[in-house]
Design a binder for this molecule. Structure first.
Ligand code: GDP
Ligand code: MG
Length: 686
C-alpha cells in the first residue's frame, strides 16, 4: 500500500522550526516501527526551476507549484517537508519504497537575492546536515554558464560540508544533478564533464580548514547526473526519463543501481530525527558551530533516556506490590527476572538503533534503576527467608539427636543454615537481580549468631535446672537419714554424700582435674562459673535440708530417741525390767550421756577433726523464682544483696536454742525416769 501526505512547512519564512513536525511524523508512520529504514533527501536549485513539479511527479508528494496560469504567483518560502512511500518508475508505474522524507527548499528569485542569501546559506547548511541525497536541479542552459545562484550555492554547500565533516571519513552525501529541459543536442556525458570541471574548479578555490588542505571533492561527495526532457513539450520523453530516475530510488539500498548508500545515512532512528533536525536548525539559526557528531550523541542521549523512562514506567506499572514469603523464592526469581527482561527488551528494541556507546550507557542506568527497585523487594523477602531459616534452625536444634553433643549439633545445624542462606544469596547475585547483598548477609549472620547464643543459654539453663533437681533429690535421699541417725562423724558423711551426689549428677560433663565442660562452647572460665552456680544451688539445697531437719524439736526427739534406745532397752534390745531405783539412776546417766554425745554434732556442722563446715561458694537465697537462671547465667554472685552469709551454714543451734533443747530433752527424759520408777512401785506393791 503506498501513500503520501500533504507537505508541511518545516521551517517557515521567519526561520522558525515547526514544532508540529512531530505530529506530522506520527501521522506519516501511523504506528509502524520504522527504525533506521527511512531516508531523507533535499532538493536545491534556482527559483521556478521546476523542483516541486519534479518531486510531485517522482514521489507523488503534494508540494505547491507555481501555477502555470499565474506565473507571478510566488510559492511560500521556507523549507517544506513531504513524505512518501512510493516512487514513479518506468511506464508511469509506482514502486513501494521505504519511508522517504523530502525537503523542498523554496528560496527566492534572483532578483530578491541580496536580502535572502542568509536564508539560502542556512537552508543549504541544514539540508546537508540532515539529508542523504541533495538533488541539484538546473536548466540545461545553466550548465557551463557558472550561473550565479546555483554554483554559488554549491560553493556554500562544499564549504559547509568541509567544516562539518572535514575530520570525518565515514560520511558522504550524494549530489544528484538533474538537468531539466534537456533538448538532447548536447549529450548528457558532455554536460556531466562540463559540470564536473566546474565543480572541481569551485573545490580548488575553497578556503579549506586546517588539516583538510589535501582532501578532494570525492572524499565527501558522490556525484550522479541525469537529464529530463521538457515536461510540456516532450511529455513522453519526460515521463520516460522520470521513470528511469525513479527506478534508482526504488532499488534496494546499497545495490549498484540504488542511489541510497549506508554511508549517506545519519544513523539516527526516525524517532530521533525530528529532535536532531530541530537542534541542527537551532544551532544554524543562532550561528553557533554545528558539530554534527555531538548533535547525534545528544539526540541519542535524549532519546535513549526517553525510551528508558517509558520502559521503566511500564516496568513500575506491572511491578508486584505483594511481599514474597520465605517459600516463594522461585516465584520471586521468576517474577523479577521476567520483569527485568521485559523492561530491558522494551528498551533494547527502540534504543539499540542509537549510537552504541550511548545506548549502552543509558541501558546500564536503566539496569541500575531496575536493581534499585529489586533491592527493596529482595530485602523484604530475605527478611522473611531469614526468619524462616532461624525458626527452622531452632526447631532442628530442639530435635537433638542423642548421638551428638549439644555443641556439635549446634555447629552442624548452624552451618547448614548458613550454607543455605549463602547459596541463595549467590544465586540472586548470579542471576544479576542486584549487584550486592552484603547488608542482608551480615544481618543474617548477626541474627543466626544471636539465635545460637540464645539456644546455648537455654540449653545451659536446662542443664543447671536438671542437675539442680537431681542433686536435691540425691541429697534428700542420703542426708535426711544421716541427720535423723547422727553419729559423731555425721558431717564427714554428709559432705561425702554431698560431693558424691554432685559429681554423679555432673559426670557426663566431667573432663577431669576438677574441670567441667557443659558442651555449649563456653570458655573454661564460664564453664567454671556454671559449675560454681550448680554448686551454689547444691549448697542451698543442703542448707535447706539440714536446717529443716535439724529444727529444735527434731533435735529434741533425736536426743530422746537415742536416750530411750539406751534407757529402755538393754544390750540385746530387750525392754528393761527395772529392779530398783539405783539401777534406773545409772541407766539414766548412761543414756543421757549417750544422747548428749551428738548434741555438739547437731548444734554445729563441723568435720570430725573439728573444722567448721563453710560452703566453698556463696549461696543465693533471694531470687524467689527457684531454679531460674537469670541473664546470661553468669555473674550471679556479683549481686551482694541477698547473698547468704556462708558462715551461717554450720550454725544450727544458738546457745539459747541449745539450752532450750537441753531443758526440753531433760523434761522428757525425766518423764521416762518417773515412768520407770513407777513401774518399780507397781511391781513391789503387787
Ligand atoms: P520551483 O519553484 O522550482 O518549485 O518550480 P515549480 O515546480 O513551482 O515550477 C515552476 C514553473 O515551471 C511552473 O510554472 C511549472 O509549470 C514549470 N515547469 C515545471 N516543470 C517544467 C519543465 O520540466 N520544463 C519547463 N519548461 N517548465 C516546467
Ligand atoms: Mg517549488
Amino acid at each position: 500500500m503506498t501513500e503520501s501526505h500533504t507537505a508541511i512547512q518545516l521551517i517557515d519564512e521567519a526561520k522558525e522550526f515547526n514544532p508540529a513536525v512531530l505530529d506530522y511524523f506520527r501521522q506519516c508512520i501511523s504506528g509502524r516501527d520504522v527504525g533506521l529504514d527511512y531516508h531523507v533527501i533535499s532538493v536545491f536549485g534556482s527559483q521556478s526551476s521546476g523542483k516541486s513539479t519534479l518531486l510531485n511527479a517522482l514521489f507523488g508528494t503534494q508540494f505547491d507549484t507555481m501555477n502555470a496560469k499565474n506565473k507571478r504567483q510566488q510559492t511560500t518560502k521556507g523549507i517544506w517537508l513531504g513524505h512518501t512511500r512510493e516512487v514513479t518508475v518506468a511506464n508511469q508505474g509506482k514502486d513501494a519504497i521505504d519511508d522517504l522524507f523530502v525537503l523542498d527548499v523554496e528560496g527566492s528569485d534572483g532578483a530578491e537575492r541580496g536580502e535572502d542569501q542568509d536564508f539560502e546559506r542556512k537552508a543549504a547548511l541544514f539540508a546537508i546536515a540532515v539529508s542523504e541525497i541533495l538533488i541539484v536541479n538546473m536548466w540545461e542552459q545553466q550548465v557551463g554558464l557558472y550561473q550565479g545562484n546555483n554554483m554559488a550555492l554549491l560553493k556554500t554547500v562544499f564549504e559547509v560540508n568541509l567544516s562539518l565533516f572535514g575530520h570525518r571519513n565515514d560520511h558522504k552525501v550524494l549530489l544528484l544533478f538533474v538537468i531539466r529541459d534537456h533538448v538532447g543536442v548536447t549529450p548528457l556525458d558532455s554536460l556531466r564533464d562540463t559540470l564536473e570541471t566546474e565543480l572541481q574548479d569551485i573545490w580548488s578555490q575553497l578556503t579549506k580548514p586546517e588539516g583538510c588542505e589535501n582532501r578532494c571533492l570525492y572524499d565527501f561527495f558522490d556525484l550522479k547526473f541525469t537529464a529530463l526532457g521538457h515536461k510540456v513539450l516532450q511529455p513522453d520523453v519526460f515521463a520516460e526519463n522520470l521513470g528511469a530516475l525513479g527506478s534508482h530510488f526504488s532499488e534496494k539500498p546499497n545495490s549498484k543501481a540504488s542511489y541510497f548508500k549506508s554511508e549517506y545515512h545519519h544513523n539516527l532512528p526516525l524517532d530521533g530525527w525530528t529532535m536532531y533536525a530541530g537542534n541542527c536548525w537551532n544551532q544554524i539559526e543562532t550561528n553557533r558551530d554545528l558539530d554534527l557528531p555531538t548533535q547525534q550523541v545528544l539526540v541519542a542521549k535524549f532519546k535513549t533516556e526517553e525510551i528508558a523512562h517509558q520502559a521503566l514506567v511500564q516496568f513500575q506499572e506491572s511491578y508486584p506490590r505483594q511481599l514474597f514469603g520465605a517459600n516463594q523464592r522461585q516465584m520471586l526469581i521468576d517474577t523479577l527476572q521476567s520483569l527485568k527482561s521485559q523492561c530491558l527488551g522494551d528498551y533494547d528494541s527502540f534504543a539499540s538503533r542509537y549510537a552504541r556507546s550511548v545506548f549502552l550507557e543509558t541501558r546500564s542506568g536503566l539496569t541500575k534503576s531496575i536493581e534499585a527497585e529489586f533491592q527493596k523487594t529482595i530485602a523484604n523477602h530475605l527478611t522473611a527467608v531469614q526468619e524462616a531459616l532461624i525458626a527452622n534452625f531452632e526447631k532442628e536444634l530442639t530435635a537433638k539427636p542423642k548421638t551428638k553433643s549439644f555443641i556439635e549439633h549446634l555447629t552442624a545445624t548452624q552451618s547448614v543454615s548458613s550454607e543455605e542462606f549463602r547459596a541463595y544469596l549467590s544465586e540472586l547475585i548470579k542471576l544479576e537481580m542486584v549487584p550486592s547483598l552484603n547488608d542482608e548477609e551480615s544481618s543474617f549472620f548477626t541474627s543466626l549468631e544471636q539465635a545460637c547464643t540464645l539456644q546455648s543459654q537455654k540449653y545451659l539453663k536446662q542443664t543447671v535446672i536438671r542437675s539442680g533437681k537431681n542433686i536435691t533429690t540425691g541429697l534428700k535421699e542420703g542426708v535426711v537419714y544421716l541427720l535423723m541417725h547422727p553419729e559423731k562423724d555425721l558431717w564427714d558423711r554428709v559432705m561425702e554424700r554431698f560431693e558424691f551426689v554432685i559429681s554423679q549428677s555432673l559426670s557426663r560433663f566431667d573432663v577431669g582435674d576438677g574441670l567441667f565442660d557443659f558442651q555449649t562452647g563456653l570458655s573454661d572460665e564460664n564453664n567454671k562459673k556454671v559449675y560454681q552456680q550448680i554448686r551454689s544451688k547444691a549448697w542451698r539445697s543442703l542448707h535447706e535440708i539440714v536446717h529443716e531437719n535439724l529444727s529444735d524439736d527434731n533435735i529434741v526427739s533425736t536426743l530422746r530417741e537415742r536416750f530411750e534406745n539406751k534407757f529402755r532397752f538393754d544390750e540385746n534390745d530387750s525392754p528393761r525390767l527395772w529392779k530398783n531405783e539405783e539401777e534406773i539412776n545409772t541407766a539414766y546417766r548412761v543414756a543421757k550421756e549417750h544422747a548428749f554425745e551428738v548434741l555438739d554434732v547437731l548444734s554445729l556442722a563441723a568435720s570430725s577433726d573439728h573444722v567448721e563446715i563453710i560452703p566453698d561458694v556463696p549461696i543465693k537465697f533471694n531470687d524467689g523464682i527457684d531454679d531460674e537462671l537469670d541473664g546470661d547465667g553468669m555473674g550471679e554472685y556479683e549481686d551482694e544483696n541477698g547473698i547468704y552469709h556462708q558462715k551461717s551454714f554450720a550454725h544450727i543451734l544458738t546457745a539459747s536454742q541449745r539450752e532450750k533443747v537441753i531443758q526440753k530433752f531433760k523434761r522428757e527424759a525425766n518423764i521416762a525416769v518417773i515412768e520407770a520408777k513407777r513401774s518399780i512401785i507397781k511391781t513391789t506393791t503387787h
